[in-house]
Design a protein around this ligand. Structure first.
Ligand code: SF4
Length: 260
């Protein structure tokens, strides 16, 4: 059994996306390494977004009930990870507190080199209190394993929002703004070498951009002092399996950058 198969067997997940020939991994990584480094995004000509100025998506993305200008988030002091979990569990800052089953803070290695940021908890995440544990989470696990990452050792995974939007609707602008202080604390505490934003909302919010996911992919961005790559949300890949090849390119880039 290959190392990848052993990893998948260990974590007890069905191989939704399993590489048939492990040699392809190395070939693709070598191919990626032979290419020029990811282009610096045009936005780098502007000052990089900083943790103190995390943006929200465009007005067009705002939920109809949330079109008023959101209040800036209150300054919050978080002493450690236990305090973060306690403060998130007690948070009533936005309307999502009324409909959540559990808050979802994050999982993985809190000192990981790679930080993955998604959008918001879904149904399974809300029930289990952990991010990326449904079908999309299984696909993410498979992609990470195929790219040579141990999700428990090498990665910390979290979302923009710590509570599930009802019916998995898009996050509202005020929800992102009110929740951003928790994410900022996580970013600075993990202090990763690389951030991967998966999905349009995570990428646009982190990078203060209204560009499409297609335009943000394939470039290296910056968030404060942290380099950022953008890829597809695994839930999107489940709906659009034809995009998995592009996603695989993204994860080869991630591996390439972290091997430097
Ligand atoms: S989504 Fe964030 S801001 Fe809203 S209630 Fe949950 S933890 Fe608080």
């Amino acid at each position: 059994m290959s190392r990848q198969q052993q990893i998948l067997a260990e974590i007890g997940i069905r191989p939704l996306w399993q590489l048939r020939n492990p040699a392809i991994v190395e070939a693709l990584v070598e191919e990626a390494a032979a290419q020029p480094a990811p282009a610096q995004a045009a936005s780098l000509e502007q000052p990089a977004p900083t943790p103190a100025a995390m943006p929200a998506p465009t007005a067009a993305d705002v939920h109809p009930q949330e079109t008023s200008q959101p209040a800036p988030p209150a300054v919050i002091n978080i002493s450690d990870w236990d305090d973060l979990h306690a403060q998130v569990a007690a948070c009533q800052q936005c309307q999502l507190a009324r409909t959540r089953s559990n808050t979802v803070v994050g999982r993985g290695n809190r000192q990981a080199r790679l930080l993955i940021i998604g959008e918001a908890p879904g149904e399974q995440e809300d029930l289990q209190g952990l991010p990326f544990v449904g079908k999309a989470g299984h696909l993410l696990e498979n992609m990470l394993a195929a790219a040579g990452f141990d999700s428990a050792r090498d990665v910390y995974i979290c979302n923009l929002l710590k509570c599930r939007p009802p019916g998995n609707r898009n996050p509202a602008q005020d929800e992102i703004v009110k929740c951003q202080r928790f994410l900022q604390w996580q970013i600075e505490s993990v202090d990763p070498e690389l951030i991967v934003a998966v999905g349009r909302f995570a990428a646009q919010s982190l990078l203060q951009s209204t560009a499409s996911l297609g335009n943000l992919r394939g470039k290296q961005h910056q968030y404060g002092r942290y380099p950022v790559l953008v890829s597809f949300h695994p839930a999107y890949l489940l709906r659009s399996p034809g995009e998995k090849a592009k996603a695989w390119q993204d994860w080869c880039r991630v591996r390439q950058l972290l091997q430097k």
